[in-house]
Ligand binder design. Structure first.
Ligand code: COD
Ligand code: ATP
Length: 315
């Protein structure tokens, strides 16, 4: 029988256990919310070259910003389900196949929300794997570990993967580039080795969040073999995007007038080629996601919705 003295200690322990249980069960919701907010912040970031932003559809006649936001919100159950499914698991073929099944349902939800338009196929893939990596990581907020766990999952095979050729698989074969699958299997080098360092470096220069985000996106574009660009406009579109992005950064980035002028020119060049860096957009959203997880785990406030009205600043 419990002594009267032991009662408060027992109650405190019960409270501790139930608050731990609550924090564990809240984690999938929190992580899925950040994944959706990252996709929304990516779409809202303006002005992006070739991509949908708050000015308009870029090179995508079938897309607009409201559709991108609706699509991102439709993916909340998908990311939360992925986070729940991998809680307590380690990377394995079983995990890969479970995530793939949830991801395909997510694609169906996306197509239902958009009336059949591909808004976030690449986003489901990259953010889905990183969501799983975030749940499985023993070091919350450690971007390199999260991306490396995501890579370990992506390297397992998925026996139920459809064998039909896709836009991505065709150009991967034709041009010998890694594509979305290779990027994930390598542990997202363009997120942890390019986008995140560029975002942090731009912030440390004190340029303001919108410019820091634009510079991070351009840093990814300058290096990535983006299969969206290759599919729409072949090597010419890819070279235009890479060299145009590198030139903006060489001019000092988007917080300089010369950089902004070059950004306008790159937008015009990509629209003429009907080409858009959708893969870079996805990996930039992944960059924001890992950055927000890092801020959350450091006890810092997370505010993904920081894209000011750029048009007021621009001369
Ligand atoms: C592996 C995927 C990306 C299909 O790849 P595929 O090579 O066939 O290309 P597809 O043209 O269909 O889509 C690729 C998309 O990735 C993005 N992307 C393009 N280039 C890159 C790149 N270098 N790195 C990252 N993403 C890129 C673009 O948005 C592009 O639209 C994925 O859609 C898939 O297999 N989905 C099935 C369900 C699944 O596994 N879901 C998620 C599990 S976590
Ligand atoms: N802001 C953005 N604007 C447009 N696409 C984006 C944006 N951010 C990410 N993307 C990614 O780009 C991809 C859309 O590219 P695209 O329209 O070329 O796809 P597709 O269906 O493969 O090709 P197509 O429409 O030429 O047949 C999506 O999978 C999405 O993940």
């Amino acid at each position: 029988m419990q002594s009267a003295l032991a009662q408060p200690a027992l109650q405190a322990r019960r409270r501790e256990v139930s608050s731990f249980a609550a924090s564990i069960s809240a984690l999938p919701t929190r992580i899925a919310t950040l994944a959706v907010e990252s996709l929304i912040a990516e779409a809202s970031l303006t002005p992006k070259p070739g991509l949908v932003d708050s000015r308009g559809p870029g090179a995508h006649a079938d897309l607009d910003i409201a559709l991108m936001h609706r699509s991102a919100r439709s993916l909340f159950p998908c990311f939360r389900e992925m986070a729940r499914a991998v809680t307590g698991m380690t990377p394995s073929r079983q995990v890969r196949e479970k995530l793939a099944a949830i991801g395909r349902d997510g694609e169906a939800a996306m197509f239902a929300a958009t009336g059949g338009v591909n808004t976030h196929k690449g986003g489901i893939w990259s953010l889905g794997l990183l969501t799983a990596g975030a749940v499985m990581s023993s070091r919350p907020g450690d971007a390199v570990e999260i991306a490396s766990i995501a890579g370990s999952i992506a390297r397992h095979s998925d026996s139920r993967m459809p064998s039909d050729a896709t836009n991505g698989s065709r150009v991967v074969e034709r041009y010998g580039v890694p594509g979305a699958r290779g990027e994930a299997q390598d542990g997202f080098p363009h997120v942890v080795g390019v986008g995140l360092p560029a975002l942090r470096q731009a912030r440390s220069r004190g340029v303001g969040e919108t410019f820091a985000r634009l510079d991070a996106l351009l840093s990814i574009m300058a290096k990535l073999d983006d299969t969206c660009l290759l599919h729409r406009g072949g090597p010419k579109a890819l070279d235009t995007a890479k060299s145009g992005a590198a030139e903006i950064l060489r001019l000092g980035g988007t917080s300089t007038q010369a950089g902004l002028d070059a950004l306008d020119q790159l937008d015009i060049d990509l629209l003429e080629l009907n080409a858009s860096p959708g893969g870079s957009g996805d990996l930039f959203a992944a960059t924001l996601f890992l950055d927000s997880l890092n801020q959350l785990s450091s006890g810092l406030p997370v505010d993904l919705d920081q894209n000011g009205d750029f048009s007021q600043w621009k001369s």
